[in-house]
Ligand binder design. Structure first.
Ligand code: NAP
Length: 343
């Protein structure tokens, strides 16, 4: 198989490249060569997806059986990329997000839930009134539309992951919990401990994407671990166990935490009280072969990576928001004391 990865040096793009090379595929990556090293063994093509002449030059390296676009955020750019690559690639696999659903994170959703309306040629400023997450989702919806327009529905595959975790994560979610657990002491944790969560490992997303490339699966797929696959306690207890710092989780009432003004999703990463956040139906992808490794394995292997000197890439977009994640140590102590001494 011949595969082109747009991106290919960060978290998900990197995991895709590793897996494809391990499977003996011929892998081309396309990036500017400024933020991280290329994987050994790939054919690295330098270029900027925002420059039409770079895309035309890229197409000359084809043909490929599939292109996987991990770096599509602006519909107009995705439309230009897909239109240029349509004669050179059999299938366009676009990494989108559950944020395309207008109901997420408030309502449970499946592949048929309503998504944002956004034109296929929208610019980066589309949906500025929707807030950070809404605009991100609307733009991703426009990108999906651009892919279908350029490749046709039969040659387009849309992947909509929920939260992706694993080694090389750069957002600061699991990596914050691990780093915090490694500091020891009492750890403030949002209850209930049996809250179901559905993060998916980047390597499982990658395995599914490569499966779509070889089996020709078209259409859209929600990518999340099955509902009930793991709980918040699985996450926290594994962080505590693997970091081995004698950390003691203190489970606090979520309503109380909200009342104290603790920011969900950022101050306490992966915690959100919204009804639909962890109610993403991924059964279509499961039937098409989506694997979901146990969450404790993802946690342990991410710690192994961090402990071995792995550090997150920092840059723009999500990678520029690492500092937004996690509770400051002093604030955590204040909250812990207030929770322990409450009436
Ligand atoms: N993290 C999550 O929980 C989550 C959840 C749902 C969906 N997603 C989606 O998953 C994807 C994540 O992909 P990722 O982890 O591989 O990282 P990414 O942050 O999307 O991409 C970084 C890669 O793109 C390259 N790049 C950036 N700008 C470029 C440009 N203008 N032209 C060419 N290359 C460029 C970078 O290399 P250079 O800097 O060297 O160019 C690097 O290789 C995203 O599409 C995201 O929306 C993530």
């Amino acid at each position: 198989m011949r595969l082109l990865i747009l991106g290919g040096t960060w978290f998900l793009g990197r995991a895709l490249g590793v897996l494809a090379l391990d499977a003996g595929w011929s892998v081309t990556t396309f990036n500017r060569g400024i933020s991280a090293a290329d994987l050994p063994g790939v054919q690295a093509v330098r270029g900027d997806r925002e420059r039409p002449e770079d895309l035309i030059r890229l197409a000359d390296y084809g043909p490929w059986d599939a292109v996987i676009d991990t770096i599509g955020y602006v519909p107009r750019q995705v439309l230009a990329t897909a239109t240029t690559l349509a004669p050179a690639a059999g299938r366009y696999i676009f990494v989108s997000s559950v944020n395309v659903y207008t109901g997420w994170p408030d309502k449970p959703l499946d592949d048929t839930s309503p998504i944002f309306e956004c034109p296929a040629d929208a610019d980066a400023d589309f949906g500025a009134d929707l807030g950070y997450a809404g605009q991100y989702g609307a733009l991703k919806a426009g990108c999906e539309r651009a892919v279908v327009e350029a490749f046709g529905a039969g040659r387009a595959t849309i992947l909509r992951p929920g939260v992706i975790l694993g080694p090389h994560e750069y957002v600061g979610r699991l990596t914050w919990w691990l780093a915090r657990a490694a500091r020891g002491g009492q750890l403030l944790v949002p209850g209930p401990s049996d809250r179901p969560i559905q993060p998916i490992d980047a390597r499982d997303v990658s395995a599914f994407a490569l499966g779509c490339a070889s089996n020709g699966h078209a259409g859209s797929f929600n990518l999340a671990a099955p509902i009930g696959h793991a709980t918040f306690a699985d996450l926290v207890n594994t962080c505590v166990a693997v970091t081995a710092a004698g950390t003691e989780p203190v489970w606090a009432d979520p309503v109380w935490l909200v009342r104290q003004g603790v920011q969900q999703w950022t101050e306490l990463p992966l915690w959100r009280t919204h009804e639909g956040v962890w109610k993403v139906d991924s059964s279509r992808a499961e039937h098409a072969g989506l694997p979901s490794r146990p969450l404790p394995q993802t946690v342990a292997e991410t710690w192994e990576w961090m402990n071995g000197g792995g550090t997150a890439i920092t840059g723009t977009g999500e990678a520029g928001r690492v500092a937004d994640h996690g509770l400051a140590a002093e604030r955590e102590q204040t909250l812990l004391q207030a929770w322990i001494r409450r009436d």
